[in-house]
Design a protein. Structure first.
Lengths: 85, 580
């Protein structure tokens, strides 16, 4: 399993547009990814659940990735977050 | 005449006949079904069609409103495939044995309620997106003909609410504007209206079916709609609409384009602002940054000395909103005509030459440090510059900079973050012009305040209307001073801008460019006209105007202009008193 933490810098947080794009990134891989914040977690393939986490600027989230291509998946997610969030 | 009020999503005017946009009430069966397999198929069929529809809307929105907002429809398409949402619908069909319509409506309402209950206003507004996709599937299942609801002539639509996909589907050639009873300013519908430049009023509770077919005007500036407006009102709003159209055309022409002359000289065109409320105008007029942010509002709006924290929040908000654009903040310019009771300043016989601006700051060091600390802290959030007003000697600039350095050391010791800041001098006294070479060595930029520079150079009180016949805003002495300042700045490798009213005078734009001015900071309204002027100039051609070195009498054609400007000046003087 791969795991990393990320602190959201974007003023709007994970709002609809980046959430949609983030789901696309995860869905392009075979591994499962979960996002955790303050004891709550969600499947990152599920758009509404991800938006429903209400992740805001300044929040630190933990991303856990598990599966055959977990290295590539985690790297892509981290890259997307760094560039867009 | 009837007036409806609400929240405006776009500063614009729409004039036309009202068309009530009404959805037919459809009933959904709540009786159990026997063939749940058939209902699942009906749902899947509607789901696939809705996804195709949203993808088509993405293309339409991309064309009409731009990529950022068009992405909403891609998100709708993804929401339609969302596992949790789809599972909820399937479960209602299979376990509760309900029809597809009932399942979609129930699951959509539930999911929308989840968003509506969140404490973040942005996420609350997402419930409208969920209802939108649920409705899209319902319309498909019930065969509702959405496209015919708009009518066939250009009109202002009045509706209970409009979903984002409805807004995009509407034929823009027939849509003058819309008024809804519901809706939030965060909704995708509101964002769409803004990016498609459609005047819209939301949360208008006065909406009435009897408005159908009546003449109406949406006044986005005042957040209201006039139904059956009086002829006079209609006329004045028509005029405003024409002005808007001109501005919009100019904006379309200039948006994102560099301020470069035909021969390749580029300068910055920034905005002068007086408070947080002006930030919208900076963005709407596509300014490159803020060249003069008058910090007086933090003092004038307070009953007592504004705290560091209060000032920090105010500066931070502007700097952060406009980042990475540059925001140059002028330190306190209280005194002369701008006074506040709590500072207990003595009445002066000759306030323009009195105890004001940097003179107050340098003698009330703690007062000055409160502002400088707030500015330095705000600098961590964007691209901030500081400039000192009313400098007449090198010692004043040194003293001001020393206090600034003191604040930097204190903040560093407290572990507070500070960004890279530029420090500039306002050139608004003849003394500053004459020692510009010395000042230039000690700062990062000059900003010429032409209003005070003119008043001090010509010994002509700006507030005295009787002096109007003697006023010449294009006085060659002032123009020469500007040239001297630019040359001195450039000799020492710093940039030089103009932030006074003269900067917005397009009859001087060419003169300023030929002088080598690097930046013009003007009121937001003048940004687009100034940019248009810059892009029309060719400095390799012989000068079409020159205000530089001729005595006043040798320029007969400049005189009527100067008079007209002087008049326009006095009209706005009362306002400028508080501002400049």
């Amino acid at each position: 399993m791969k795991e990393f933490q990320y602190t959201i810098k974007d003023a709007c947080g994970i709002h609809a547009r980046p959430a949609g794009l983030l789901v696309k990134v995860v869905k392009s891989h075979a591994s499962t990814a979960t996002l955790e914040k303050d004891g709550k977690s969600c499947d990152m393939r599920k758009l509404m659940a991800l938006m429903g986490m209400g992740v805001k600027q300044g929040d630190t989230v933990t991303v856990k990735v598990e599966g055959d291509d977990e290295d590539a998946t985690a790297a892509d997610i981290e890259k997307f977050m760094t560039e867009n969030l | 005449m009837q007036v409806g009020t609400g929240k405006s999503v776009l500063n614009g005017i729409a004039i036309g006949k009202i068309k009530i946009y009404k959805k037919k009430d459809t009933t959904i069966s709540t009786k159990p079904v026997t063939d749940t397999g058939a209902e699942l198929l009906r749902f899947e069929d509607a789901q696939q069609k809705a996804i195709q529809q949203q993808t088509a809307l993405y293309e339409k929105a991309l064309d009409e409103a731009g990529e950022d907002i068009a992405e909403v429809f891609n998100i709708h398409a993804m929401m339609l495939e969302d596992d949790d949402f789809v599972d909820a619908i399937r479960e209602i069909i299979t376990k509760q044995k309900m029809c597809a319509e009932y399942a979609i409506k129930t699951a959509g309402t539930n999911q929308a309620a989840v968003f509506a209950a969140m404490d973040d206003p942005y996420l609350q507004a997402r419930s409208a997106d969920v209802m939108d996709i649920a409705q899209a599937m319902l319309d498909i299942l019930q065969g509702t003909d959405v496209d015919s609801m708009q009518g066939t002539e250009p009109s202002i639509l009045v509706a209970e609410d409009l979903a984002p996909s409805e807004t995009v589907r509407l034929d823009k050639s027939l849509l003058l504007g819309f008024v809804t009873r519901e809706g939030s300013t965060n909704s995708h519908t509101a964002i769409l209206a803004r990016s498609m430049n459609i005047p819209a009023l939301i949360q208008c509770k006065e909406i009435d079916d009897t408005w159908d077919g009546k003449m109406a005007v949406i006044d986005g500036y005042n957040a209201c709609v006039y139904v059956d407006p009086t002829p006079d009102l209609l006329k004045s709003l028509q005029k405003r609409q024409q002005e808007d159209k001109k501005k919009q055309a100019l904006l379309q022409e200039l948006k994102g384009k560099p301020n470069t002359t035909l021969d390749g000289t580029t300068i910055n065109v920034y905005a002068n602002i007086g408070g947080i409320g002006d930030v919208g105008a900076v963005q709407q007029n596509d300014a490159g940054g803020v060249g003069l942010f008058r910090s007086e509002f933090v003092y004038l709006n307070s009953k007592d000395y504004p705290t560091e924290e209060y000032q920090f929040e105010a500066y931070k908000q502007v700097v952060e909103t406009l980042a990475p654009k540059k925001v140059i903040i002028r330190t306190c310019d209280i005194g002369a005509d701008k006074t506040v009771d709590y500072m207990k300043l003595d009445h002066e016989e000759n306030p323009a030459l009195g105890y004001r601006a940097i003179r107050i700051c340098l003698t009330r060091k703690d007062f000055f440090k409160t502002q400088l600390r707030a500015l330095l802290r705000a600098s961590a959030y964007g691209n901030l510059g500081i400039m000192f007003p009313m400098i007449t000697s090198l010692r004043e600039l040194h003293d001001a900079k020393n206090i600034l350095d003191e604040c930097k050391v204190e903040l560093a010791a407290e572990g507070k973050k500070i960004g890279d800041i530029e420090v500039g001098t306002m050139i608004e006294t003849p003394a500053a012009v004459l020692i510009a070479d010395d000042l230039a060595k000690e700062c990062d930029f000059f900003s010429i305040g032409t209003n005070d520079l003119t008043q001090y150079t010509c010994a002509l009180d700006r507030q005295n209307a009787k002096l109007e016949p003697f006023a010449n805003p294009h006085h060659p002495a002032v123009l020469r001073e500007i040239k001297m300042t630019v040359d001195a700045g450039h000799r020492h490798g710093i940039w030089v801008g103009i932030c006074g009213e003269l900067g917005a005078d397009t009859s001087l734009t060419e003169t300023f460019l030929r002088m080598g001015v690097d930046e013009l900071s003007v009121n937001p309204k003048s940004i687009l006209p100034v940019r248009k002027k810059i892009r029309s100039l060719d400095l390799t051609k012989p000068a079409t105007v020159d205000g530089e070195d001729k005595p006043e009498d040798a320029k007969p054609e400049a005189k009527p202009d100067a008079k007209a400007d002087a008049k326009a000046d006095t009209k706005t003087k009362a306002k400028d008193k508080a501002k400049a």
